[in-house]
Design a protein. Structure first.
Length: 192
């Protein structure tokens, strides 16, 4: 059974990788500007004065996070809506993590269901939303979110009888990071 699961996972990854270049929306070389070199016309708009540096493989853009930006979506994705969807996604899956602690669901089942939903949604989500969705999952690994989510999970499991804060608090960040990805993908399917 375990070998079959690994084989299915490998096949799914190969299918996704084979479709990745066909659905490419844009390619930015950052050769002094934010021009789409793939030819789709999805050029970025520089705000402020970003610095172009030598990256790991090619050029990279250095944004200071204060007044520099590279806007790729050209306003097609509202900032307020995106932030709200990400916040709701994190909140919903943190709540699911608390339900998991109460009822003792195995973390593997919740992660498998979550990533299966992400995999299925990736076929229906507009191409410009997929990278934004996966990037939005990174908000759960920030310096503010991690301590809050971990403290919530450990505190929650420590006040419940028969629960272990260490074992029940494990995987909360991984589960919380699924929420924004699913939320942004659903937003892309619903709105566009």
């Amino acid at each position: 059974m375990k070998n079959t699961n690994i084989f299915v996972l490998i096949v799914l990854v190969l299918i996704l990788v084979s479709n990745a270049s066909a659905d490419l929306v844009a390619h930015y070389k950052f050769d002094g500007d934010a021009t789409d070199s793939y030819g789709n016309g999805h050029h970025g708009t520089e705000i402020g004065s970003p610095i172009y540096d030598i990256g790991m493989f090619d050029q990279a853009i250095n944004l200071d996070g204060v007044n520099d930006a590279n806007v790729v979506s050209k306003g097609s994705i509202s900032h307020i809506l995106l932030i709200s969807v990400i916040a709701i996604g994190v909140g919903f899956f943190v709540a699911m993590a608390m339900v998991r602690i109460i009822f003792g669901f195995p973390m593997a089942y919740l992660l498998a269901v979550g990533y299966t939903v992400i995999l299925i949604l990736s076929f229906f989500t507009p191409a410009q939303f997929v990278p934004v969705a996966f990037d939005s999952g990174g908000v759960t690994t920030g310096p503010v979110a991690v301590p809050v989510i971990l403290a919530l999970g450990i505190g929650f499991s420590s006040v419940l009888a028969g629960k272990s804060p260490l074992s029940d608090g494990f995987g909360l960040i991984g589960l919380a990071s699924i929420g924004p990805v699913i939320g942004v993908m659903v937003m892309g399917v619903v709105l566009y």
